[in-house]
Design a binder for this molecule. Structure first.
Ligand code: CTP
Ligand code: CA
Length: 228
């Protein structure tokens, strides 16, 4: 198989991709999670390897086999994902945050299983997780480390998808933001995706419904010219 014009254009580049969805422990048997399958992140990893990149995949709770030729770091929570991404990003040219990171985690994790009582359930108090993508962009902006040349994020939006995406791109300070059009049976657990890729320094690129590899290759097409 030959990818015309694209083959090996990531040769010698190190990329870090996060995939899947974090789980935030409530007690030893329960967690707060989300529906991310990891398929888009794995498609990014496979296409990057095919284009010659050295790939580290930080996988959160993904039921998929390790892609060939990829270093896979398995994590569970947002805090673990943050640690793994920051460590790998120190040597990376590009970071793509495809993982669905829980915005909140239980403020306390119960050491023992929470039991039913006649008093009824206790509320679960939540605390905010760090915004890994925003933190990565902010450190680079301040001239700190790590400082990958390209930082990309993903966002699932409803309502005014483009306006929400634009605002998020600016707020996070990243270079690319892939905005998924949620609904219509797309995004979670399906092999297809449809998206608009917003670019901090250019025009948006629309990707009509297609296999997740197609969107992944469009992301790398936008990453490659932004690498020195
Ligand atoms: N992200 C992250 N750390 C978080 C939350 C999100 O790194 N704590 C990353 C995701 O991996 C994704 C991007 O930020 O690449 C956008 O995630 P999203 O949930 O859409 O952004 P939020 O800022 O959490 O906004 P919202 O309130 O819409 O959930
Ligand atoms: Ca969020």
């Amino acid at each position: 198989l030959v990818l015309a014009g694209r083959e090996r254009d990531l040769a010698g580049r190190r990329v870090v991709i996060s995939a899947g969805g974090t789980r935030e422990a409530i007690d030893p048997v329960r967690y707060i999670g989300n529906r991310s399958s990891g398929l888009q992140g794995y498609a990014l990893a496979r296409t990057a390897v095919a284009r010659g990149a050295e790939v580290t995949l930080v996988a959160a709770n993904v039921a998929l086999p390790d892609p060939a030729g990829v270093t896979v770091l398995r994590v569970e929570s947002a805090l673990e994902l943050r640690a793994a991404v920051f460590e790998a990003a120190a040597r990376a040219d590009a970071v793509v945050m495809a993982a669905a990171v829980a915005d909140f985690r239980p403020a306390e994790r119960s050491g023992s299983k929470i039991k039913k009582t006649s008093a009824g359930p206790e509320p679960i108090r939540l605390t905010e997780n760090p915004d890994i993508l925003a933190e990565l962009c902010e450190r680079r902006r301040q001239g700190g480390e790590p400082a990958p040349e390209v930082i990309a994020g993903f966002a699932a939006e409803t309502d005014d998808v483009l306006a929400n995406g634009r605002a998020k791109l600016a707020r996070k300070g990243c270079d690319l933001l892939v905005v998924n059009q949620v609904g219509e049976g797309l995004a979670f657990g399906t092999p297809d995706n449809a998206a608009v890729v917003l670019v901090a320094d250019g025009e948006p690129v629309e990707v009509p419904r297609a296999p997740k590899e197609v969107l992944a290759d469009v992301v790398w097409d936008l990453v490659v010219p932004r690498l020195s």
